[in-house]
Design a binder for this molecule. Structure first.
Ligand code: ZN
Length: 518
């Protein structure tokens, strides 16, 4: 497998020529007076960048880039702020992120009672009989266990008390379980006698009564309840799809995410993405892995979908069905990935480099899981195997970062912070020897993700010729004291040379409110 460094060397030679021939023309957009961390090893730091159309035209000092300013150029004064390549989320669930915006957000709850209050308010506002949905609860994030509880999770009676007539379905943060109320259990026909489906569990209390917790495949029983509720028309489905795509995109752009690896979607969903891409309505660049399809469907359809590789806005590639690639002579060029490469035996670490397998990781999990990993795995095993970022990088592996959103917030800054500090919310540094440098952390969120999607010639660094996907932050996460990193905000997200998100600060609001000069 060709290494990242070889690709970069080739790129840089090409871009010198590119820049020189374009020098006569003016830029559409210029960012001046910044502190640029380019993730381009040939020119790692700069002050300014010029953009023409959707591409980066030049990167350099203020003096060099001034020459690109013409009468129609939009000039943004960065006032010393950090500018970096647009973040690429290396692993998330795009439609689920959008859907999570349509349901109760349970991720911030500190106790089960907080969630009961959210459901109570939703039930008060809902039409009787309609479904109330939420997602993102996690019993490990509550300050204390609810009473009574089974396995740390409450009984459905606590929800029945606030929502007797509306079925309630609350999905766990992991997606591996759901908690439902009595009305939902009745609609689904789940009772004491209902057997566990294969690969799932209907959790029951000591008297044999379902508690409301449905694990793994037992969640499919909720489908029986949904089937009895009014269905959306085809038009309503279509409108809903467009809405969730937009909601996910708005959230991503506001957090500086310009590209997103979706892990993954069905062919039908991909068709929906492609339609929006044709209409120019896809808010961020998507790279989609195929999921929820049988092997026979994949065999029949995969060729047709791989043809979409040339489409920058929406490239689909399959990375999980290795069976299809097994007989392929070029298999080593396929950049196989292991998603959630979280717990790895040290003996296996060097195999990532040897096999050319990319470790797709989520730095933010270090922060959220750190407090309880040792409880589950034991101290010694947690230290030896958990999120071995440093070991993988030292072994020469390509490591990518992402959030697994909506399991976690799509915010790259916290995931970056997790990879460079490994500091939990309680301030404990979880296996400190596995921290990475900030340069490595930024690279994992930009160029390495571009590489994992075969796009390192198109994006991932501020390099002339690449797509002008640029993020400006309120604080310099590359140089600020460690504890300041989480409070950094995205001030500006530029995608393909267009400002797609601008944070309203008191300064921008005042400027907009000021009367125009006569
Ligand atoms: Zn995932």
């Amino acid at each position: 497998m060709p290494t990242l460094r070889l690709h970069l060397a080739a790129l840089c030679a090409a871009f010198v020529a590119n820049t020189a021939s374009a020098q006569q023309s003016r830029a559409d957009l210029v960012l001046l007076h910044g502190d640029l961390f380019t993730v381009d090893s040939q020119h790692p730091r700069a002050q300014a960048v010029a953009v023409r159309g959707d591409r980066i035209a030049a990167v350099g000092s203020d003096a060099e880039i001034q020459g690109w300013v013409g009468p129609r150029t939009r000039v943004i004064d960065l006032r010393g702020r950090l500018a970096i390549p647009g973040f690429i989320d290396g692993h998330g669930h795009y439609t689920a992120l959008g859907e999570s915006k349509l349901v109760l957000d349970l991720t911030k709850a500190r106790t089960w009672d907080d969630i009961v209050v959210q459901v109570r308010d939703a039930a008060a506002a809902a039409k009787p009989g309609t479904l109330i949905e939420g997602r993102g609860w996690h019993q490990e994030k509550w300050t204390h266990a609810p009473a009574p509880n089974v396995e740390g999770v409450p009984l459905h009676a606590s929800l029945d008390a606030v929502s007797a007539r509306n079925p309630v379905v609350l999905e766990h943060a992991s997606g591996h379980a759901s908690f439902v109320n009595g009305a939902a259990l009745r609609l689904a026909g789940v009772g004491r006698e209902t057997p566990n489906p294969a690969g799932g569990e209907i959790v029951k209390d000591s008297s044999g009564e379902p508690t409301g917790l449905l694990k793994e495949s037992a969640q499919s029983l909720i489908g029986r309840a949904r089937a009895k509720l009014p269905h959306l028309t085809k038009q309503e489905e279509e409108a809903r799809f467009r809405k969730i795509v937009q909601l996910a995109g708005d959230d991503a752009l506001s957090k500086g995410v310009t590209s997103f690896h979706d892990a993954g979607s069905s062919f039908a969903t991909i068709d929906g993405f492609k339609q929006l891409a044709r209409e120019g309505k896809l808010p961020v660049r998507l790279y989609v892995m195929v999921r929820f399809e049988s092997d026979s469907t994949l065999d029949a359809k995969l060729d047709g979908y791989l043809h979409a590789i040339g489409d920058r806005a929406n490239r689909e590639v399959l990375d999980t069905y290795q069976r299809i690639f097994r007989d392929n002579a070029d298999a080593h060029d396929l950049r196989w990935r292991i998603e959630h490469a979280q717990h790895i035996d040290p003996l296996d670490v060097p195999r990532f480099k040897a096999l050319g397998v990319i470790a797709s990781m989520q730095g933010v999990h270090t922060i959220s899981d750190g407090p309880w990993v040792a409880k589950r795995l034991g101290e010694e095993r947690a230290r030896r195997t958990s999120y071995p970022w440093r070991s993988l990088l030292d072994a020469g592996a390509v490591v990518t970062n992402g959030t697994d959103t909506p399991v976690e917030d799509v915010d790259p800054i916290m995931s970056f912070y997790g990879s460079v500090t490994r500091k939990t919310r309680e301030g404990v540094v979880f296996v400190p020897e596995q921290r990475v440098t900030r340069d490595e952390g930024l690279r994992a969120y930009t160029l390495n993700n571009a590489y994992a999607a075969f796009e390192e010639k198109e994006k991932g660094s501020l390099t002339p010729g690449k797509l002008a996907d640029i993020v400006v932050l309120s604080k310099n996460i590359m140089t600020a004291p460690e504890d300041d990193i989480p409070s950094a905000r995205v001030d500006l997200t530029i995608l393909g040379g267009k400002v797609r998100y601008e944070r309203r600060t008191t300064t921008t609001a005042a400027r907009e409110a000021a009367p125009r000069a006569p």
